[in-house]
Design a binder for this molecule. Sequence first.
Ligand SMILES: O=C(O)CCC(=O)C(=O)O
Length: 329
Amino acid sequence: MLSRFLSSSTRRRLSTSLMSSAPTQAKLSGSSLRLALIQLGGTGPTKQTNLSLARNKIREAAKGDGNGKPDLIVLPEIFNSPYATGSFRHYAETIPFTRGQVTEPSALAGSESLVMLSQAAKEEGVWLVGGSIPELGPEDKIYNSSPTFNRDGQLVALHRKVHLFDIDIPGGITFKESDTLTGGDRLTMVETEFGNIAIGICYDVRFPEMAQIAARAGAIAMIYPAAFNTTTGPLHWDLLQRARAVDNQFYVIMCSPARATSGDGYKAWGYSGVTDPSGKIVAQLEEKEGILFAEIDVEAIAKARAGIPVTVQRRFDVYSATEEVKKGE
Ligand SMILES: O=C(O)CCC(=O)C(=O)O
């Protein structure tokens, strides 16, 4: 099985593993993984325009930089639609995916965004974390969903954003995804030849439990297609990535759209970047459209964990004593 949503029994096991002293050994050997993050410019007037803008950039990214071609390409959150709750239903597509199975490219014909992504992954021979798109799911529910494709263009994972972006900062930003979206109920891990990679979407990065469960289940990285804004971006974008990376001593990758320079639509923060297992931001774009090439050195995870061995120093015996804390004993 190449990838999966985690089953409920696995989820139970993983939650338990948060409070256990024996972390699952990550697959830490293997060569380095070359990444390309595509910080797409603003969305165009139609879905078709957005798809062809993305396809062109994937083609450009797949050529690589002076250091070689990428193994894995990442797109930003909601790349085929305006990032606006009123647009999600209009742009939503049905995605045929069953947990524990891969979807063959031929079965994706009903979803024009997935057809483009699948063909792009296959034609360029890369892994592709296809940002996210609005998904029309069962019972007429809309999800913010991130599809991942392997080098053969098979759909191997679908992450539905678990934590919806509902915030209200007076004088800053008010956004309520739950006006039109439903949250997912699964964590997502993709098995690659480099190791396991966990997927989250944007606001999911604020929930340390998710990254911690992924790390303890052996992930080498968390990838978050994202779209922070000009209020929370300067406050928390770098901080959250560095926090998730240093807590878990693995790579954290976030891919944003570029900052829109005109119009009154959503203004994304930009600054797509890669943070290493020591908590250092090792590659980052600025606000403008661009492609970020970076390398993940899988060996750096073991080195970080050997140098500061928090993964084996956790005191679950103490953390589990919550009843005593409550009683003030
Ligand atoms: O957490 C934040 O500040 C921004 C989150 C966001 O923009 C999103 O989830 O789409």
